[in-house]
Ligand binder design. Structure first.
Ligand SMILES: NC(=O)c1ccc[n+]([C@@H]2O[C@H](COP(=O)([O-])OP(=O)(O)OC[C@H]3O[C@@H](n4cnc5c(N)ncnc54)[C@H](OP(=O)(O)O)[C@@H]3O)[C@@H](O)[C@H]2O)c1
Length: 305
């Protein structure tokens, strides 16, 4: 199979070129794909459903699909896989048109438990395969520090075709190094917390070096970064909202994102970021806001099962 550099972004083809303007990169008007290390493509932008109550999930995912989202990020932990599956089934879209990720829950790291949990996730979603299956947290202080046998179980799901790609979430470089040393298949993806106050240079650098695509969870830091004056200034100047500027910053950096909202107007606002670009200076100004400040737990100590 022909391969491209993993993590490489395939920019959309839509373009609005006025002949009298100086030539520059075309403005992206469709959602780019990112090529994973196994050749699979993942839409760089999608919809996250963490903290959406099961009773609200079908409506939120339906609104997202109608707005053009084609990538949904769920997890067993979120308790709403069944409602995600129902929304996709009722959407009229073919299964292959929507990229779906789910994740192994923290209580199911032992291989037999992982096998049962994966079966249960497929059943809840109503799918024969998922596009991407992740270990949700490394839990290095649990299971005698063994996330390797858990990864070996995911390798089985990849080999039998029921997980089209496999990856991890919240893994630090030292966790990834261990998988590289002890396992056959490298994670295609690492889903980590990233936002303008937590730019994650070290983990992102490691992933770039090893063809692991980065997914940035809580891309809006759950609203925490929205009042930042630097971002407000840029938003006013480019005529977009602060949320759109932050989401576009992630896209310019090459990360995969899936902001969550239960508000229909915000679901539409968040996907409306493919008709403008940020300058290199604006991207740098937002990156310079980094404070290494997490909103979520530290993966090296998080041990919730
Ligand atoms: N792997 C992991 O450990 C992990 C951890 C956390 C999250 N995730 C994934 O990442 C996804 C996104 O992260 P997240 O849900 O934590 O946070 P987020 O997407 O950064 O922020 C969601 C919050 O921002 C609000 N919001 C959304 N769009 C907005 C807009 N345009 N203007 C103002 N406010 C807006 C939402 O409010 P309303 O909903 O009220 O509109 C919600 O309160 C999750 O859904 C999940 O799929 C993964």
């Amino acid at each position: 199979m022909g391969r491209r550099e993993a993590g490489q972004v395939n920019r959309g083809t839509g373009e609005s070129s006025a002949p009298d303007l100086p030539r520059k990169e075309p403005v992206v008007t469709s959602i780019p794909d990112v090529m994973l290390d196994n050749g699979q493509r993942i839409p760089q932008f999608g919809f996250g459903v963490f903290l959406i109550k099961p009773k609200d999930t079908e409506a939120a995912v339906t609104t997202a699909l109608q707005a053009g989202y084609r990538h949904i990020d769920t997890a067993e932990m979120y308790g709403n896989e069944a409602q995600v599956g129902t929304a996709i089934a009722k959407s009229g879209l073919a299964r292959g048109e929507v990229f779906v990720t789910t994740k192994l829950n923290n209580g199911a790291h032992r291989p037999d438990d992982a096998r049962r949990a994966f079966d249960a996730s497929l059943k809840a979603l109503g799918f024969e395969f998922v596009d991407l299956f992740l270990i949700h947290w490394p839990l290095p202080t649990k299971y005698d520090g063994d996330y390797v046998s858990t990864w070996n179980a995911l390798e089985e799901f990849y080999r039998d075709g029921r997980a089209r790609s496999i990856g991890v979430s919240n893994f630090q470089p030292h966790h990834l190094r261990r998988l590289h040393q002890e396992c056959e298949i490298s994670p295609a993806v690492n889903q980590i917390e990233v936002n303008p106050y937590l730019t994650q240079d070290e983990v992102r650098g490691f992933c770039a070096q090893h063809q692991i695509a980065v997914e940035a969870w809580s891309p809006l830091a759950r609203g925490h970064v929205l009042g930042d004056p630097t971002i407000d200034d840029i938003a006013r100047r480019v005529g977009k909202t602060p949320a759109q500027v932050i989401l576009r910053w992630h896209i310019e950096r090459g990360d995969i994102i899936f902001p969550k909202s239960v508000t229909a107007s915000r679901i539409r606002e968040n996907i409306d970021i493919f008709d403008f670009e940020l300058s290199g200076e604006d991207v740098e100004a937002i990156s310079a806001l980094n404070r290494n400040e997490r909103t979520g737990p530290d993966p090296d100590t998080f041990d919730m099962i």
